[in-house]
Structure formats: structure tokens, C-alpha cells
Design a protein around this ligand. Structure first.
Ligand SMILES: [Zn+2]
Ligand SMILES: [Zn+2]
Length: 345
């Protein structure tokens, strides 16, 4: 039987922390459920999930639809798209059956690349490899969650670059529907022996195909890593960019700063999925608005900095840095603005 392989290449960088990542995992399972209810899809579609952050890995190998279940998506620092593409191409080589003189191979795979940020590694070599050997053998659809992706780069990969803007925050309803519709249309089409089928119309509200890459905005979020004073477990603090206009007489200035979204518990696996130069970039706390409490122990501030440059939680008084064991003392006055290491997003 000729299979229709469908690969999901999912950005699991830390800007996805919290609800977004959980919803993405639910979306994978929701897509599988919709596809299972269609007889064409049920007969041909095989699904696979490759996750990427600072590293890239196949977390669900190509599986028949009826037994597909998305594993927990990891979270890490970095958006190494070059690495992700290499992993995808190796996976295609390894699992997709080629057509030869003796046998009909699998149908042309569908690849849904879903990302919300800019690549943090070099992509030139991977893109050339894709263009030389895979672009004609697979249909790649790049979907940007919001407007922060590198559209010029995605355009080098594929003519199908789509922006998804959530109608209701953190729900992927329209996205699930469109991905399922595309896959069903393709499975019906290959069922009738036609391989090159146009993609179904976008819904125009949440999904837009881009023709020309728009100018990229600044980075949309700032993410910081800390550890709880009491149980030493790691957390992420996430800030989202907001803009405000200040008017002074005839002058108008655009000020960019970052508003607190929250502090989130994460597990140690985060560090395995992260880029190693985690603390290379710095941000000054004067640009950040709001201080979260510790997601583990409820200490008032999850934003106490050690001289090692890392964060812990405190409610004031004596503390030991969970990162470097340094003895610390925090008063409740705060120490003014300072630079902290931010991770790559
Ligand atoms: Zn704590
Ligand atoms: Zn320290």
C-alpha cells in the first residue's frame, strides 16, 4: 500500500511555554482524530512529529493513523531551524519509500512546519540541501504562529508561507481544521491517483498566505530562567512586548517595553533541549514591567539575581543561590535596575 506521510516539524522553543505548548500537543491529537473519521485519510495517512528547540529529534516516528498519539512536547531554549530541517530530511530518507522500477513508493509527503520565532542557527546549508533534493519530493507548508517568524527565510524554503493569527487566544481551532482539510483533500486525491492537488482555501480570518515577506518586528518576547530557593526546581519567566506612544509637544516617541505574562514551572528536560550558550544575551530590567511570584513556593519575587547572573526566588532575607551555592541576602527595597541573562527564545 502506498502511504501518504505527514510530518509535523514543531517549534518547541521557550516562547511556547505554558498553555501554547499544551494546546499544540492537543492540536496534534485533534488533527489525528479528525483524520481518523475520514475513510480516505484513514487508509493512507501516516503521521510523524519532529520537535526542535536547541536540539531537534523525532518524538513520534511515522505511525499509522489509528495508533498515532502525540507524546508530550518538550521545551527548550533556541529555535534551531537548520538542525530541524536536517533531522526532517534524514527522517524522510530513512522512512519514506522511494518509487523504483520494481515498486511504487509512498506518495509525496506533506510537511507542516509550525514556528513562532526566528531561527537561532545557520540555515543556509540545510536550505540548499532541501532545495536540491527534497523540495520537489515533498510539499512543505510553513506556518508562522503570529508575525514574529523570519518570513524571508521561510520563503526560501517554500512558496507556501502562512501566518496564523489566533482568533481566540491559544486556541488552534482554525489551524486544526485547515491542516485536516488539506490532508484529507490530499489523501482523497491520491486515492484517485492524482498527486498534485491544490491546497484548500484559507479561511481568511485566522490564516493568511503571504506573497511578499513583511518587515519583521523586534523580538516579541523575553524569557528568563530561574530556580526556586526552596526546591531548586527550574522555572521560566516570560514577558511579552508591548508598545506605547509618548507625546511631548510635537514629538511622538515609540517606546518598546515588555509586560509580564507569568512564571511557569518547567522540568529539567528543558536544559537538554536547550542551546548551550543560554545566557549569552542580556536585557536590562528597566525594560521589563512586573515581577512574578515563585510558581513553586509562592515567594513574593521570582526575580532575585545572584552575582552569577542567574535568578532565584525570595521573600527577602538570607538565601543560597540554587545555581552556584553563593550565600545571598535580599532586602525588600530592591537594588535598582540591572542586566540579566535572557535565553534565546
Ligand atoms: Zn520558590
Ligand atoms: Zn549564583
Amino acid at each position: 500500500m502506498r502511504r501518504l506521510p505527514v510530518f509535523f516539524l514543531l517549534d518547541c522553543s521557550e516562547s511556547m511555554v505554558g498553555d501554547k505548548l499544551d494546546k499544540m500537543q492537543e492540536a496534534m491529537n485533534a488533527i489525528a482524530t479528525v483524520l481518523r473519521s475520514n475513510p480516505y485519510a484513514l487508509e493512507t495517512v501516516y503521521m510523524s512529529v519532529i520537535a526542535f528547540a536547541g536540539i531537534a529529534k523525532t518524538i513520534a516516528p511515522l505511525t499509522e493513523l489509528y495508533s498515532f498519539y502525540s507524546p508530550k512536547l518538550p521545551l527548550g531554549s533556541g529555535t534551531n531551524l537548520g538542525l530541524a530541517l536536517d533531522t526532517l530530511m534524514n527522517e524522510i530518507d530513512r522512512t519514506v519509500v522511494k518509487t523504483t522500477a520494481e515498486q511504487k513508493g509512498d506518495w509525496k509527503p506533506f510537511v507542516f512546519l509550525i514556528t513562532d520565532g526566528r531561527s537561532t542557527d545557520k540555515t543556509d546549508v540545510a536550505i540548499s540541501r532541501w532545495q536540491a533534493k527534497y523540495a520537489k519530493r515533498a510539499t512543505l507548508i510553513a506556518i508562522s504562529l503570529g508575525r514574529n517568524a523570519d518570513f524571508a527565510l521561510l520563503k526560501k524554503l517554500t512558496e507556501y508561507v502562512i501566518i496564523y493569527e489566533e482568533a481566540d487566544k491559544n486556541e488552534y481551532t482554525a489551524l486544526i481544521k485547515w491542516i485536516s482539510d488539506s490532508t484529507i483533500a490530499q489523501s482523497k486525491s491520491v486515492g484517485e491517483g492524482v498527486e498534485n492537488n491544490p491546497l484548500p482555501d484559507l479561511d481568511g480570518i485566522a490564516l493568511t498566505m503571504i506573497k511578499e515577506p513583511p518587515i519583521n518586528a523586534d523580538e516579541a518576547c523575553v524569557v528568563l530562567t530561574g530556580r526556586c530557593q526552596k526546591n531548586k526546581k527550574p522555572y521560566l519567566i516570560k514577558y511579552e512586548r508591548s508598545q506605547t506612544k509618548l507625546s511631548a509637544g510635537e514629538y511622538e516617541v515609540n517606546i518598546s517595553y515588555y509586560d509580564l505574562e507569568g512564571a511557569f514551572m518547567i522540568d529539567e528536560e528543558y536544559f537538554r533541549w536547550s542551546h548551550t550558550d543560554l545566557l549569552a544575551a542580556k536585557i536590562n530590567t528597566s525594560l521589563l514591567s512586573g515581577v512574578p511570584s515563585c510558581p513553586y513556593c509562592g515567594n513574593h519575587s521570582a526575580f532575585a539575581a545572584c552575582s552569577c547572573g542567574k535568578l532565584t526566588c525570595t521573600s527577602g532575607g538570607k538565601a543560597t543561590c540554587p545555581w552556584c551555592e553563593e550565600k545571598l541576602f535580599f532586602d525588600n527595597e530592591g537594588s535598582g535596575d540591572f542586566d540579566v541573562g535572557r535565553s534565546l527564545g
